[in-house]
Design a protein around this ligand. Structure first.
Ligand code: 5GP
Ligand code: ZN
Length: 114
């Protein structure tokens, strides 16, 4: 999608602070970090929300979590722990409509989230 911010990052039109990438996913630091490590992991292909995921996207969706694990190792937070969050639609706080897995770590996390 030409008007999608995260598609522009996936294509390289905008250059984020990339921490991981492969053929299917790309991960970069959030511009407004909510924790010492706050990375957004996205599929290169545009999918707007969790509600738009299809059965054929199951492997791709899993790759977002596999990337999170690799990044946690890179960042040195795999053992202490980290949180992954994917907001779906405005009521959950989604502001960028290209699915992205938030990965937050480097500080203690509370529950329930706000
Ligand atoms: P959402 O609220 O949709 O779950 O998360 C969107 C995230 O994208 C927010 O945490 C926000 O800070 C981040 N974000 C918005 N614009 C940019 C940008 O231009 N660059 C980066 N790196 N992150 C962004
Ligand atoms: Zn997109």
């Amino acid at each position: 999608m030409t008007d999608c911010l995260f598609c522009k990052m996936a294509s390289g039109e905008i250059e984020p602070d990339i921490v991981y990438q492969d053929d299917d996913v790309i991960a970069f630091r959030d511009i407004n970090p909510q924790a010492p490590t706050h990375v957004l992991i996205i599929p290169r292909r545009h999918i707007s929300t969790i509600n738009d995921l299809q059965s054929a996207d199951a492997e791709l969706t899993g790759k977002l979590f596999l990337a999170a694990g690799k990044i946690a190792e890179q960042e040195g937070i795999a053992e202490q722990g980290y949180r992954t969050v994917m907001n779906c639609n405005a009521g959950a706080g989604q502001t960028v409509f290209h699915v992205h897995l938030h990965m937050l770590g480097g500080r203690a996390m509370t529950w329930p989230p706000g």
